[in-house]
Design a protein around this ligand. Sequence first.
Ligand code: ADP
Ligand code: MG
Length: 477
Amino acid sequence: MTIGVDDDERAFPQAEDGKALEESWLQICSRLKGEVGEVEYRTWLTKIALGPVDGDEITLLLPTRFLRDWVRSQYGDRLSELWNQVQPTIRRVELQVARPGDPVAPPLALATEDAPVAAPSIEVEDAPRSAPEVRSDLVTTLDTRFTFDTFVVGKPNEFAYACARRVAEKPSSVGFNPLFLYGGVGLGKTHLMHAIGAELVQSGNVSVAYMSAEKFMYRFIAAIRSQSTMEFKEQLRSVDVLMIDDLQFLIGKDNTQEEFFHTFNALVDAGRQIVVSADKSPSDLSGLEDRLRTRLGCGMVADIHATTFELRISILESKAAASGVVVPGKVLEFLAHKITSNVRELEGALNRLIAHANLFGRPVTLEATQDVLHDILKAHDRRVTIEEIQKRVAEHWNIRLTDMSSARRARAVARPRQVAMYLAKQLTSRSLPEIGRKFGNRDHTTVMHAVSRVAELMERDPAFAEDVELMRRMLES
Ligand code: ADP
Ligand code: MG
């Protein structure tokens, strides 16, 4: 049997002396990014550069005193912990302001948005090489942030949530094993898995192992290298609940898939619960072995849909309330409109607002929000033009493009025109007067009226709302 370690070898996280600092740092960054989210990570942590190591102390450098103080107060302890985990010879982390001429390794470019990011901190740690009967090291310490209580339920995720709850209450029940959760990035898969784990651990004597699929692979390869695959298998097969996050990473890793398949079967046969997450449904995970795919689809398959505006608002409300900072409804609405891609980003944006409010003791306002989140909002500014909106809307409602700027007031024409104005307001950063000008030189109050009229109709008429939403999504993509 040949083992596909070639590419994976380089990323393999072994805590050994002499491991290149950069490599350790890359790992730490990736962990941190997973923990704090893309936005927070980009705002504060990409500014750190590696400084010199002196004995058991590493110096990290920041460009300004403000950043140094902020990073020290918010991430100092975590940075020390992570360094110590990844590179045990390092016991202390010193944060300093970089001076000209400091011997500095440049800040590291980290994985891009869609590259894998390590799951938050409850991953199982690497087992000691010679571990004999270390079932306990697979048992997860849970991150208190991800519980059912902090998970906000709405239409897009209520089914997945109900399934997760059910598994947490009654693991291994017929029809729910395996539980397969799937959905896009940042929609709460990991959160739900941790919530299941937390609930089970709390309820009593249940051993839960949670691992990203990547981690599963690393551990498997480590076991092969150290000729301890038997221990690895036994460890895995001794848990009550095995959760594997982001299974799509096993695509193309045939040997690891095979191992997972056997573990999977052994556990299910022994009446244990499996929970798996992925970005696609089992049938859409092409590249997965057929027999594994079949087994994965045998239990309960639950998808988490993209968030709706309502769900985004609820999530923001709940997170704002938990933070203790007063965030006006207008700001929450603004964020929920602007950041639609995933909850992690939404949360990151809100966290940044809250951090600023705490730091400067200023109330959160819409103006402050636009200022503080300038860069994020720019990135999310969909580059849709008003012309494009007019064209699509006219096509959809079957009116002439010229009627977008004509004076005709018949409802068959006026309504789509209003929708186009509404969408122009939602999807572009144009001001009301600018929008008015593009619609046959109408006044900004006309645009304002159109926006509120369409919003009102959407409230009242779900079919109409769906139509408009569909339009919006088409334009956004
Ligand atoms: P995924 O694993 O699907 O990529 P995560 O579970 O990591 O997504 O979620 C990303 C972030 O968004 C986490 O901080 C999580 O707590 C938060 N989140 C996602 N969905 C919800 C929700 N419905 N309620 C509260 N927080 C959520
Ligand atoms: Mg995840």
